[in-house]
Design a protein around this ligand. Structure first.
Ligand SMILES: [Fe+2]
Ligand SMILES: [Fe+2]
Length: 301
């Protein structure tokens, strides 16, 4: 929805991790649907990981997309690693990786995995697939050209970029390739294209809220609406505020402000203990639905 006023409101939600087989996080989602439907905003952006298991099961993508239809406002998406598979090369080992088929399934349910659109009179929004760089897939070169073109032709417009993975975790000089952030070569190439525009860069994935700045690029990490990983930082260092919530961006003319929102009725589920399982929680739970839920249908009869 385009708004001709010079004050625009974008609500960024991230990592809701909806699940048909294992609806662990449905409570916060129900709270969020009510909150967002009571809000006035010009756009809702979800920065990825709409699903827990969209990589393995297309009906999980369909389920999550259907949940998003409950929202009144216009919504746009970028994919997360849980939706299309993670980045290549497989630096961690045993990863479920992005493939053409997984990407196509995502696009069927959530639309283009990268996009650019002018928003109001001053802003240009860009959505990126963080797992395309290095994938060798058809869209990889096309996405990079789109960003370079959108930046080069921005003119007086300010850019706001949405992608699942942050540029880096602690510093832009990090040289180790980690699935937590863009790999170093992709981080620097994207930064070269975007720096001259003074873009605002919004990401998810880490499930921590944090702000940072790199050579004219303001970075905002949105928290997950669903869960945190390792609240006390025993296995994974805390990078920012490790609590569930979302981010509201206010664009007043060319000025950008944002606010971290923590709904009173959200539950802060912590999955940190699952990190002790070598294969992660996906391997433990993904294939089997909650057996006890069958009792609910029996009682209802
Ligand atoms: Fe996530
Ligand atoms: Fe993620």
């Amino acid at each position: 929805m385009q708004n001709s006023s010079d004050r625009l409101r974008i609500i960024q939600i991230s990592d809701p991790h909806l699940g048909l087989r294992r609806p662990f996080f449905q409570h916060n989602w129900e709270v969020l649907v009510d909150l967002l439907n009571a809000e006035t905003c010009d756009l809702i952006v979800c920065t990825g990981d709409m699903t827990i298991e969209g990589v393995e099961f297309e009906d999980e993508l369909a389920f999550a997309a259907k949940q998003f239809q409950r929202l009144r406002g216009p919504v746009v998406f970028v994919p997360g690693n849980h939706d299309v598979g993670n980045s290549l090369p497989d630096v961690r080992g045993g990863e479920r990786l992005i493939t053409a088929a997984r990407r196509e399934a995502y696009i069927r349910h959530f639309g283009p995995d990268f996009w650019s659109r002018d928003f109001g009179d001053i802003w240009r929004l860009i959505g990126l697939n963080s797992m395309l760089p290095g994938s060798g897939l058809d869209g990889e070169a096309e996405q990079l050209s789109m960003v370079e073109e959108a930046a080069a032709t921005a003119g007086g417009r300010r850019l706001m970029v949405f992608k699942h993975k942050p540029f880096y975790i602690r510093t832009p000089e990090e040289t180790v390739a980690s699935q937590s952030a863009l790999y170093p070569e992709h981080r620097h190439r994207l930064k070269e294209a975007l720096s001259p525009t003074g873009a605002v860069i919004c990401s998810g994935h880490i499930h921590d809220y944090k702000t940072a700045s790199w050579d004219g690029l303001d970075q905002i990490w949105a928290p997950s609406t669903a869960f945190v990983m390792d609240r006390d930082g025993a296995h994974r260092p805390v990078q920012g505020i490790r609590r569930t919530g979302y981010v509201v961006h206010t664009l007043s003319g060319a000025d950008h402000h944002h606010e971290f929102v923590e709904p009173t009725h959200f539950i802060n589920i912590d999955l940190g203990n699952w990190m002790r399982a070598p294969a992660g929680f996906h391997a433990l739970y993904h294939a089997e639905p909650l057996r006890g839920l069958i009792l609910a249908s029996e009682v209802a009869r």
